[in-house]
Design a protein around this ligand. Structure first.
Ligand code: CO
Length: 439
């Protein structure tokens, strides 16, 4: 793995993020990659026909996607990598326009997910998402990406807030409303309608977000860091999908699932807490002619990696990390443990992942929360309540998680692609009682 190879992979991943301002665009972009690689779309509201050796994907709500490759021969189970498509940002409220002093127009927004608010100030932002409109086709949903510096959240000058650097207390309904225009400008709805190619009065509703459109960059004395919006979790989602595109397995179904709504608890119809994964796995099993018992055997012989970014040790705050289980940028894929099972990893699932990475020559580092500092949770244990699989929680080390511009290591994207490719291609035989044969 040469230096340039590391950087090329991270740049490719950041180009994907730049074209994916929202979860809808990320999923649309994945569809294009899968189409180009010969995967066939399956629609949940139509019957499926699956052929041995076939490659397929299906999308729910335009914001979650599952892709998989069927082996040519009968299969034993599934090898699943899961990640999430959403990131914390501001959602534009249905009535989106607020005036100040008859002069300014601001957007009325509310936070989506557990964001860091202060880094959203004073940087160019755009608007993207989807609109649902009445068109000649009936009720139709279209993606919108304004893709220009359109709004900005100006901070209050230090002269008017002398304690700004001591105690920043932010009220999203007061401090974080983006400035859109001077009064009398074209309303947002009209701009959006133009971008969507519909009449403004045809728009019935929208899911529009304010998103950071700063391009990703490679930086540091030795070009060892990357920074980009939405690294959590599009870095892992892109790596998982990239690995799936090149996966080949004769005994298991490699399957990549990218779920929406992880940042708000996964409890939607398309989130990891929904039946989406279970529905797809059960349906694959049914359509390929298996009984209920055979499906249960497949589940017992399956394995899942839940890939979501992890906290690296912060150079200014080493005391926030565990004294020993603390990952660094560029140190390889992170394996996450939690005694309270916020992460699904246990010694058996950890051992499987470590063995796969050892074989693939990919470095692995360990994360555990510093005791007494509760960390975030992720989708692995939520998904497990629907399809209960042997699972390990992994991710890539990053700084400034949930900032609109996050930092990670330039090498780690390729490490994860390598690890997940090796995972998807592995021959894993379940021997029962926590024992496996790995070829
Ligand atoms: Co995440």
């Amino acid at each position: 793995m040469s230096e340039t190879h590391f950087e090329t992979t991270s740049r490719e991943m950041m180009a994907f993020i730049e074209q994916s301002p929202t979860c809808y665009h990320a999923v649309r972009h994945f569809q294009a990659l899968l189409d180009a690689a010969g995967f066939q779309p399956l629609r949940e509201h139509e019957p499926w026909k699956l052929a041995p050796g076939g490659r397929y994907y299906t999308v729910r709500n335009g914001s979650s996607i599952i892709a998989f490759s069927l082996p040519a021969a009968p299969y034993q189970g599934f090898l699943i990598a899961a990640a999430h498509s959403d990131s914390p940002c501001f959602k534009i409220k249905e009535k989106s326009s607020l005036e100040t002093a008859g002069q300014y127009v601001r957007l009325n927004v509310e936070p989506y997910g557990g964001m860091l608010m202060f880094p959203w100030f004073d940087r160019p932002l755009s608007v993207a998402g989807r609109v649902t409109a009445m068109t000649g086709q009936g009720i139709e949903t279209r993606l919108v990406n304004m893709d220009r510096d359109l709004v900005l959240i100006p901070s209050l000058a230090i002269h008017m807030n002398r304690s700004a650097n001591q105690n920043a207390s932010l009220n999203p309904q007061k401090d974080l409303l983006p400035l859109y225009s001077m009064a009398g400008a074209v309303p947002l709805r009209e701009l959006i309608a133009g971008a969507a190619g519909v009449r403004p009065d045809a728009i019935l509703s929208h899911d529009l977000f304010v998103c950071c459109r700063m391009p990703g960059t490679v930086w540091g004395a030795n070009r060892e860091f990357i920074a980009s919006p939405r690294l959590d979790d599009l870095q892992c989602a892109w790596a998982a999908m990239t690995a799936l595109l090149q996966a080949e397995n004769s005994t298991h179904i490699p399957l990549c699932a990218v779920f929406d709504n992880e940042e708000v608890g996964s409890g939607t119809k398309q989130g990891a807490g929904s039946t989406f994964l279970e529905d797809v796995m059960k349906r694959i099993s049914d359509v390929t002619g298996h009984s209920r018992e055979e499906y249960q055997i497949q589940i017992a012989r399956s394995f899942m990696l839940s890939a979501d970014n992890a906290h690296a040790l912060h150079p200014n705050y080493p005391e926030k990390a565990d004294d020993a289980n603390r990952p660094f940028l560029n140190g390889g894929v992170v394996l996450k443990y939690s005694a309270n099972q916020k992460y699904t990893t246990d010694s058996v699932s950890a051992a499987l992942f470590l063995a796969i990475c050892r074989k693939a020559g990919v470095p692995v580092q360990i994360f555990a929360n510093r005791s007494g500092i509760p960390g975030g949770s992720t989708l692995g244990n939520i998904s497990s309540s629907h399809v209960s699989l042997n699972t390990a929680d992994i991710g890539l080390a990053q700084l400034a998680m949930h900032s609109p511009f996050e930092t990670a290591g330039v090498k780690d994207t390729l490490y994860l692609v390598r690890a997940l490719t090796a995972f998807f291609n592995s021959r894993l035989t379940c021997l029962g009682d926590g024992s496996y044969r790995l070829e």
